[in-house]
Design a protein. Structure first.
Length: 364
């Protein structure tokens, strides 16, 4: 018994890692059950000085002390919850019913089959109930075929607002022949041309659309003649005005403020014509009869420091000359009293033909 006690006491200090020399962070590695009072406790032996009975009592007490020490080492001190959990027995699996077939044995830690713990049979997954197929949308009944329209087809439109080209120029020239277009042809179908076409259509008893359809074009062809080259491409934007009586004799620059045109005439015949503009109301162009007194091909104004090419002076500082501003901006601007010419080529030819002393007539 004493020998057994000595063997048990000798193993108390090194029973397991949990209570012996555990790893880093193990609270029980060097605690009371490692190298503490129970890890290296000396063997307790009975004393022989009391005789046999005392020795028996001593042996009995020694055995009881060993049992107490063993109980204390088993579970009475501080515990590591993680280590304790590893020592808890595994809960037995729920018993299967008589109708459940026994499961195949599972291997244990030593690799042998363990027939004592059956594996529970997994619950079968219920078969999903098939859903009803989606209902197909109702098929729409076919619409009845549209009935053919009884309205008369619209005539083909040949030209309308925004059109441009030689055919538009011919349209304008023909309308001018019968008094429906008061300007020279430009080749562009704008609001003025549309209004002229509308006037022609209404007068002929047709719908006034302002667009030239095939029927309108045929009526216009039947009422007019083929335009001449001068009628199709006149020298000025606006028709040249009827000349003043003072322009019918001699060499005259005949200038109309009403039509805004200049006609170079010799003995009542128009040699050339061009568009012109005049001074503003604050610097008006003088009216009356004058004579050319000075020609300056590359003149520059000393008052306004602006170029005045091909200048033909007729009254003080007022002259007929080319204007780059007029060429760029048209009638949106005005001069400081001079007669501005828009076409540089035409005024250059005029400059070469006019002589000092030729007459200048400016009128309404």
């Amino acid at each position: 018994m004493a020998g057994m006690a000595r063997r048990n006491m000798g193993n108390v200090g090194v029973e397991s890692d949990a209570y012996g020399n555990g790893g880093d962070g193990d609270p029980y590695g060097n605690g009371p059950y490692g190298n503490g009072p129970y890890g290296s406790a000396p063997s307790v032996q009975g004393h022989r000085h009391g005789g046999p009975s005392r020795g028996r009592r001593t042996a009995t007490a020694t055995a009881a002390g060993v049992l107490a020490i063993a109980a204390l080492a088993a579970g009475c001190g501080p515990q590591d919850p993680a280590a304790d959990a590893l020592k808890q027995p595994t809960a037995p699996a729920p018993a299967t019913t008589a109708t459940t077939a026994p499961a195949a044995p599972s291997p244990t830690e030593d690799g042998k089959a363990d027939d004592t713990t059956p594996t529970p049979t997994p619950t079968p997954t219920p078969t999903p109930t098939p859903t009803e197929p989606p209902t197909a949308p109702p098929v729409a009944s076919p619409s009845p075929a549209p009935r053919p329209s009884t309205a008369s087809p619209q005539p083909e439109v040949l030209m309308r607002t925004g059109s441009e080209g030689p055919r538009v120029r011919e349209l304008q020239a023909r309308l001018r022949q019968i008094g429906h277009f008061g300007r020279n042809p430009t080749g562009y179908y704008g609001t003025v041309t549309a209004e002229a076409v509308r006037s022609f259509q209404v007068k002929r008893g047709t719908e006034g659309t302002g667009a030239t359809d095939a029927a309108t074009w045929q009526k216009l062809l039947a009422m007019t003649r083929t335009p001449t080259a001068d009628e199709l491409d006149p020298p000025t934007e606006r028709p040249v005005a009827k000349p003043d009586e003072r322009c019918l004799t001699g060499r005259v620059l005949c200038i109309s403020k009403k039509s805004r045109t200049l006609a170079w005439m010799i003995d009542g015949r128009v040699v050339s014509a061009m568009d012109v503009r005049f001074g503003s109301e604050y610097t008006p162009t003088r009216e009356g009869e004058f004579k050319v007194f000075w020609k300056s091909r590359d003149h520059v104004s000393t008052l306004y420091d602006t170029p005045m090419p091909y200048a033909l002076f007729f009254s003080g500082g007022q002259a007929v000359h080319y204007s780059a501003d007029f060429a760029a901006n048209g009638y949106a601007g005005a001069s400081h009293g001079c007669v501005n010419v828009r076409d540089r080529k035409k005024v250059a030819a005029l400059f070469d033909q006019v002589k000092n002393g030729d007459k200048v007539v400016i009128y309404w």
